[in-house]
Design a protein around this ligand. Structure first.
Ligand SMILES: [Zn+2]
Length: 149
């Protein structure tokens, strides 16, 4: 798989921050970048935080995953729902919300829609084409106009 360039890594970090901000403010997620050493520590930390803060959902990536992002590789998001109701169904719902906001912020991702699978962040969607350079005849008109008194 092709690695992300440094500029794409920067854009992924900015877009992830924006997506996490939306998830926090709109859907009351606990959303943390570069959080804890590994998935095991992250999920137990979240269980405690969710209990205290009464936030329903969580999404994060760990320091291990951040090392992959620094190298421009696919990295994986953990996500989940706090332990109330049908936990499997609510975890899938959390995953759907996360991927929705990744898409809104132009992030490419992969996920099979299963509660037990993490969400892979692949990079950014291609950006829209930059504005077209002026056509030759437009440039010529400009240069003629510049020479008029
Ligand atoms: Zn750990």
């Amino acid at each position: 798989m092709e690695r992300m360039s440094d500029s794409e890594i920067r854009r992924v970090r900015e877009a992830m921050a924006a997506a996490f901000k939306d998830l926090r403010s709109i859907h009351r997620f606990i959303a943390r970048a570069n959080f804890m050493c590994c998935g095991g520590c992250a999920s137990s930390a979240f269980a405690t935080q969710a209990e205290k803060s009464r936030k329903p959902y969580a999404v994060y990536w760990t320091r291990q995953d951040d090392a992959n992002l620094r190298d421009g590789r696919t990295f994986y998001l953990g996500y989940g729902a706090h332990d109330r109701g049908d936990i499997g169904e609510r975890t899938v719902f959390a995953g759907k919300l996360v991927t929705k906001y990744l898409t809104l912020h132009g992030i490419r991702w992969e996920w099979d829609g299963k509660a037990e699978s993490r969400i892979g962040v692949l990079g950014m969607e291609p950006q829209p084409e930059p504005a077209k350079p002026k056509a030759a005849w437009e440039a010529m008109l400009d240069s003629v106009a510049g020479r008029l008194p």
